[in-house]
Design a protein around this ligand. Sequence first.
Ligand code: DX5
Ligand code: ZN
Length: 222
Amino acid sequence: MNHLIAPSILAADFGNLQRDIEMLNQSEADWIHVDVMDGLFVPNISFGFPVTSVVYKHATKPLDVHLMIVDPDRYLKGFKDAGAANITVHFEACPNLHRTIQVIKELGCKAGVALNPHTPVAMLEDIITDLDLVLIMSVNPGFGGQHFIENTYKKVKEIRELADQHNPHLHIEVDGGVDKSNAAKLVSAGANVLVAGSAVFSSANQMAMISGLKHPEKLLQL
Ligand code: DX5
Ligand code: ZN
């Protein structure tokens, strides 16, 4: 199966959010990645329910909500109600991760866990069969436009190995600094969902960039 592309609206033009979502609807994007930051788990604040609901209202594609917040349990239902199809919480923010994952699934959403760059993949060994998605952070969470961390390839291979053994349908998503220089290599390492914020929205031809990330053989032409 072809890998999925999830452009992050964190890098969209917020003054023209509806226009940018309509572009994503027309594009080869598969999911719309929604980055929620609380100023505590990460040093930055992005947006919450009202913006997520507006994205949902205009989007024709599933919302992939990435919660970079402390104590996400308090807000799971709120993000489901705002339109989330997938809810990803951070391993580092969840002392009772198993319970959090069960709640996300009971809400009817796909359940994901994100790992910060310093968190080893092995931390997920005992929960991997319960997950729909693992998100490997390839930058420190908090900001778009950062430099890709090379150790990510190793982590993607490790989680792919674990998934092949215990959960072959797992989505393996990479988030941060993804662009045309690393997309193909990430997919060959075993990733099957690529998040891209600035690579898409700072491109002169956003739809062509999405298409290029989806079909890496086209990237040479961009
Ligand atoms: C970073 C966010 C990312 C961000 C990616 O904390 O989780 O989803 O939007 O942006 P780029 O692709 O610009 O690194
Ligand atoms: Zn993200």
